[in-house]
Design a protein around this ligand. Structure first.
Ligand code: BTN
Length: 240
């Protein structure tokens, strides 16, 4: 379902689910969000008609809540793999960013509902900067777009098709093997800070750390001053 304008594709998809009209795999996309949402209450900046803004409805009931992050890993991997089909060099930044050469090209916002011991449903919100050239947001990793990377205007439908194909195949992989064994191997190949040390902010200090592992519940394990430490989202930040 494609809309000219919504508040947020995640919110619009929730509305459709509440009305009982959502089947697994439904994609809600839009040209413009009046209140696009990012992680931890941030907003998501995107000019009208320039980027990809979409949410996918999934029912990953084969996952236990403790393994929730395997879904996040599969989605991040699919997004980065789809971009790497167009141009090599895109990376995942834990827990949910897409980077190219130290710039943020996209973000992922996954919202799940849990029922008993299972993940009942998941809304996979994806924002990819495609043709926007300048941005107001100002994080450690400056926003940029595929157009800035390639130096030419990009066909958004083309990227969307590749993205949805990669998502479907990574999701089916996870459903077939919910140990996440195969996904983890590929995830680490694409992970910023895994193969080389990176600068991180830890308890108000900047240190070089190297990522060693990401747990199925999302905790990040890094090697820091010769010791292994585990961090939750927001306990550690990275610098380009
Ligand atoms: C982040 O990096 O903070 C995550 C950003 C996620 C943005 C996408 S755009 C489509 C979907 N709808 C939203 O309101 N947010 C996600």
């Amino acid at each position: 379902m494609h809309f000219d304008e919504v508040t947020s594709t995640n919110e619009e998809l929730k509305r459709i689910i509440t009305q009982g009209q959502a089947k697994e795999g439904l994609v809600v996309s839009t040209e413009y969000q009046t209140s696009g949402r990012g992680q931890i209450g941030n907003s998501w900046e995107s000019n009208d008609g320039e980027n990809l803004l979409l949410s996918v409805y999934l029912e990953p009931t084969f996952l236990s809540p403790a393994d929730f992050f395997l879904l996040n890993m599969s989605v991040c991997l699919a997004v980065v793999e789809s971009l790497n089909e167009i141009h090599n060099g895109f990376q995942i930044k834990w827990p949910n960013d897409v980077l190219f050469d130290g710039k943020k090209i996209g973000g992922i916002l996954i919202e799940t509902t849990i029922s008993g011991t299972r993940v009942q449903s998941a809304i996979i919100g994806i924002g990819l900067n495609i043709n926007q050239r300048t941005f107001l947001s100002n994080g450690h990793f400056k926003p940029s777009s595929l157009r800035n990377v390639l130096g030419q205007i990009v066909d958004r439908d083309y990227v969307k098709r590749i993205l949805l194909n990669c998502l479907e195949s990574r999701y089916l992989n996870l459903r077939a093997d919910n140990t996440g064994h195969e996904i983890r191997q590929h995830y680490f190949d694409m992970l910023f800070g895994f193969s080389t040390p990176v600068l991180a902010g830890v308890r108000g200090q900047r240190k070089y750390v190297q990522i060693q592992d990401v747990c199925a519940d999302g905790r990040l394990i890094v090697l820091h001053e010769g010791k292994q430490e585990s961090f939750l989202f927001k306990e550690i930040s990275f610098y380009p």
